[in-house]
Write a protein that binds this ligand. Structure first.
Ligand code: GDP
Length: 242
């Protein structure tokens, strides 16, 4: 058990390994809740701007979380579930906005950033290049980035395009959380269950990370992981803020 905890759990700021008890671990995740966890619900969301480059993004030094994933991963559904408003994700789905960095101000205090998806699984290389030149610039230059939420569809086996993205973020030491989507899809007739896909995914990316990143299971259909993800974000944000 001790070894399991040391290699697998995500310890937030303010928590030591030996003080972790089971009730501090968020269900369906490897995330420990620490002293910085606090107010987490989203009361108010305001679209601020769409930017073509990192240098055009808002400059008021508020902490931000970026949300990223392959097309069809369930990003709009998750944003709607977190925010409980339909129009938020829809704004960035308008033609022309999907290739931009879209900033939303939450509770007047932090940003939720919707990044361009990295194409369909079968997208031509050109679409992926487009992602790499411009979204990578954002990751490398955005000082107020508290964390990236990388969305991974847990109802399918690990996809190369997701592994490439996870490995790149890991190698660059960009703080990130794996948010596994569609975890309600337990009854697939063929293939593996979400928990097996999740385990396989983590084994495939392990060597690119010094520390095991936080991960969490979610479903926009059942609400699984919603409050837990918001709480996790609150502790990272509050630590960053102080
Ligand atoms: P996006 O392209 O990443 O914004 O993906 P969407 O949110 O539009 O979702 C893509 C598809 O996956 C839609 O058919 C959704 O109904 C479905 N989907 C999204 N989230 C979930 C989920 O949590 N569970 C299940 N079963 N389906 C989901």
């Amino acid at each position: 058990m001790a070894r399991f905890i040391r290699t697998v759990l995500f310890l937030p700021p303010g928590v030591e390994q030996d003080e972790v008890t089971e009730d501090m671990i968020l269900p369906g995740s490897n995330i420990v809740v620490g002293p910085y966890a606090g107010h987490s619900q989203i009361k108010e969301v305001e679209f601020v701007k769409s930017s073509a480059k990192a240098k055009d993004c808002p400059k008021d030094d508020k902490p931000e979380f970026a949300i990223l994933g392959r097309s069809n991963v369930g990003k709009s559904s998750l944003i709607n579930a977190l925010v409980r408003k339909k129009e938020v994700a829809l704004t960035s789905k308008k033609p022309g906005k999907t290739q931009l960095i879209n900033h939303f101000l939450v509770n007047k205090s932090w940003y939720f950033v919707d990044l361009p998806g990295y194409g369909f699984a079968k997208a031509p290389d050109a679409a992926q290049m487009n992602w790499s030149t411009f979204t990578k610039g954002y990751f490398l230059n955005r000082e107020t980035l508290v964390g990236v939420l990388l969305l991974i569809d847990a109802s399918v086996p690990p996809q190369k395009i997701d592994l490439d993205c996870a490995n790149w973020l890991g190698r660059k030491n960009i703080p990130m959380t794996f948010v596994f989507t569609k975890c309600d899809k337990m009854k697939v007739s063929k293939g593996r269950r979400p928990d097996e896909n999740i385990r396989n995914f983590q084994e495939l990316i392990r060597e690119n990370y010094n520390k095991h990143p936080p991960w969490i299971m979610t479903s926009s259909v059942t609400g699984l992981g919603r409050d837990e993800l918001l709480l996790h974000m609150s502790q990272l944000r509050n630590y960053w803020d102080q």
